[in-house]
Write a protein that binds this ligand. Structure first.
Ligand SMILES: C[S@@+](CC[C@H](N)C(=O)[O-])C[C@H]1O[C@@H](n2cnc3c(N)ncnc32)[C@H](O)[C@@H]1O
Length: 279
């Protein structure tokens, strides 16, 4: 995973800008995450961990919102880029960036009010290890916002190639993952696999509760977002502008009571977890 993200750091740094569907879609995710943090913080300044911070786009958003933020990432290139991107910003409230894998780095128990883990879980062969760590690091009453891609997305359902590729990767990926150490940064890809062959697990909505089954973490919200683009053999057959408009129209329909079921076909989920206060 760290090798793949080392090689693609520039791509991820620029993913939130541009006019393609993916840029619009991930900018939408960024907005939903910061909205969720705003709801959870209720005007307070929180101590936050950005777990899998990448180049620090969300770290910067959270600092600008007035929170204190620590960043953690397993890719050295990502951490270097983050430090460059954050230069001169909120020195007092930026708690530093750590190079390491979730589960390998020691922060104290209950160190954070909030943890965000955006675009990370799908690369983990043992995501439950990350949730063990999240549960440990959160204060009682703390919260976590994470995202996962949806296996039942409209995009995948309507493109047979995506579905076949999913089945292939599921089989190949699970064989690879079985050989590596749980919790390791290298866990999701075989050492010899090309970096583009990174295994990305998509989740059915009903699989989400199982991710936190063994933890004192309760799911408070699951928000589906993004529909499309419509593709055939992974090639979009509409211009990005059209796909964005179609996605916006479907999102509006999914907010109507009778059509709320549409959200099961969204591209991704934003999930909000809460760690209950101690009894
Ligand atoms: C798709 S990027 C998302 C970056 C950022 N969260 C965002 O939303 O812009 C995923 C990041 O998670 C990091 N990552 C993946 N698995 C990790 C792990 N087990 N521990 C720490 N970082 C991890 C990768 O290096 C990469 O920078």
């Amino acid at each position: 995973v760290s090798r793949y993200f080392d090689e693609t750091a520039l791509y991820w740094d620029q993913i939130y800008t541009g006019h393609k569907f993916v840029n619009w879609h991930l900018a939408h995710r960024r907005q939903l995450v910061t909205d969720a943090v705003r709801r959870l913080s209720q005007g307070r300044s929180l101590k936050i961990l950005d777990l899998g911070s990448g180049t620090g786009v969300l770290t910067r958003d959270l600092l600008r919102m007035g929170h204190s933020v620590a960043a953690l990432d397993c890719s050295a290139t990502m951490v270097r880029t983050l430090l460059r991107n954050l230069q001169g910003l909120a020195a007092g409230r930026f708690l530093g960036a750590t190079l390491g894998s979730a589960g390998e780095v020691c922060f104290q128990n209950g160190a954070f009010d909030l943890i965000i883990c955006i675009g990370v879980i799908q690369y983990q062969p043992h995501p439950e290890n990350i949730f063990d760590e999240i549960a440990r690091l959160l204060k009682p009453g703390g919260a976590c916002v994470f995202t996962v891609p949806n296996q039942l997305s409209l995009h995948h359902l309507l493109d047979p190639w995506c579905f076949l590729r999913y089945l292939y990767r599921l089989a190949a990926g699970e064989r690879r993952n079985a050989r590596v150490r749980p919790g390791s940064c290298h866990a999701a890809v075989d050492q010899s696999a090309s970096s583009q062959d990174i295994y990305e697990k998509r989740y059915f909505r009903w699989e989400i509760p199982a991710l936190v089954r063994n933890q004192p973490l309760a799911i408070r919200e699951t928000i589906g977002f993004g529909y499309g683009p419509l593709t055939f053999v992974n090639k979009s057959f509409f211009p990005d502008r059209f796909s964005i408009a179609l996605s916006q129209a479907l999102a509006r329909l999914s907010h109507l009571g009778a059509l709320s079921g549409l959200s099961v076909l969204a591209n991704r989920w934003v999930v909000v977890l809460e760690k209950p206060c101690a009894p």
